[in-house]
Design a protein around this ligand. Sequence first.
Ligand SMILES: Cc1cc2nc3c(=O)[nH]c(=O)nc-3n(C[C@H](O)[C@H](O)[C@H](O)COP(=O)(O)OP(=O)(O)OC[C@H]3O[C@@H](n4cnc5c(N)ncnc54)[C@H](O)[C@@H]3O)c2cc1C
Length: 507
Amino acid sequence: MSSQDRYDLLIIGGGINGAGIARDAAGRGLKVLLVEQHDLASATSSASTKLIHGGLRYLEYFEFRLVAEALAEREALLAIAPHIIWPLEFVLPHESHLRPAWMIRAGLFLYDRLGHRAFGFGGRCSLRTSLPKSKSVRLAPEGYGAGLKPEFERGFSYFDCWVDDARLVVLNARSAAARGASILTRTRLVRAQRERDEWVATLDSPSGGEREVRAAAIVNAAGPWVKEVLDNELKIDIPAEVRLVKGSHIVVPRIHEKRHAFILQNPDRRVIFLIPYERHFTLVGTTDIPLFPEERRRRISPEEIAYLCAAASRYTAKPITPGDVVWSYTGVRPLYDDGSDDPSAVTRDYHLLLDDNGPPLLSVFGGKITTYRRLAEHALEKLGKRFPGGRAWTRTEPLPGGDFGGRSFDALFTDYCGRYPRLPALWLVRLLRRHGTLADAVLGDVRSVADLGEDFGGGLYERELRYLIANEWAREADDVLWRRTKCGLHMSAEQRSKVRETMAGVA
Ligand SMILES: Cc1cc2nc3c(=O)[nH]c(=O)nc-3n(C[C@H](O)[C@H](O)[C@H](O)COP(=O)(O)OP(=O)(O)OC[C@H]3O[C@@H](n4cnc5c(N)ncnc54)[C@H](O)[C@@H]3O)c2cc1C
């Protein structure tokens, strides 16, 4: 076996946790190989509600550690990836019979306080978060009632952040690759066993053949497959179970023209979000449905669509019906099984289980998009005996395209409008939201729309498509239409087919 096939760390899974750990480890000087059986972010990490948030509702389950850590991360991530993460105001219409006003006020007070403390303790010695504090609002007079039934008169407003989840994964993978990591998509770990002080792993390569690699340690970040990989591919028994909880979202035409989102309470005590999405749409989600490991169905059911439509329509001026749904997606939460009966109450906190009976194996259970960076730091700490000496570094280092040099997104946009006056401003916004300061690398010598090559519709041009293939592991149409971009949502079926045809020959 050549030294090329020997690694310090083999990571199974190209979701946010695998990609985040790959980035952190590569930056500490480790030789990293990440294998992903499909596309990056093809599972749970592109199917989230797309919030970088403390999780207001977790306060009801006394998850104070998780909320404080997540709020600290909210600030850190906002600073290192301002192109794909931005503040979002949430409005909670008040319904006293569901939760009394004093309870919500107390919850928001605590949320604000935890945010401030978390930020202060996060190391910047500041007691101010960059986000406004929560407040009570009158809906109609203050413009917060748009789209809602007029009977909802009062409510509360607070801030969290929005994230392009799939791009967060890709940017972590790019950052890892820039620091020497090998990222292999469409590559499945078939089996691995310990041989003296190394792991010997067999990979299924995209061309069909098998390949053997060796690694000093393995991280199992297979998300919903974490237990399956332990049982079947690694044949290691560790005392932990994963709880699979399915969550679906629907996308409907935009219910109002304002920028804020709604967090809506339901009589079953769950909450759902209504979030402005891709300019023309509203994202509605999520459900919480327990799944058995064998039924890893990843499609929304008619019952889930009915549930989301009914829950939203309790509030919206115009009812939302299944006929309004233009797109939907479903993900499976790989939660750490804490024995709770209620799927909404199962802890969202993560657990890192280390098996060091020989070369180390670290398995990731649970977690959130929001806490991936801290999870990666903790993972490297847990592996510290095998890889001593590395220092945490990711908290302030911008992700690719996120180095705004102190400028706001608006200032960056103004700069690009000046430099590319012949490109449509609306398209430039979308491009900058996807690539940040790497937009220059996408555009190269482009000056006008004619230089962008074939127009596939939905804001996707040949120029960007080629860039995504060359730099972001895009191999199939869905990688581009639904993960590297959301252009698929803005295209007709014929336009999507054209992208499929164009990408058919990409190896
Ligand atoms: C409906 C829903 C809403 C959510 N909303 C939010 C939110 O708003 N904010 C938030 O912070 N979090 C949210 N989450 C949680 C968050 O999305 C997940 O915690 C996170 O995406 C899990 O990432 P992961 O890397 O562990 O798993 P995944 O993203 O599932 O990645 C695991 C990867 O491992 C790969 N894999 C499996 N087996 C193998 C193998 N043998 N070889 C190679 N590759 C393999 C899979 O293909 C997969 O891509 C939400 C989750 C859901 C389901």
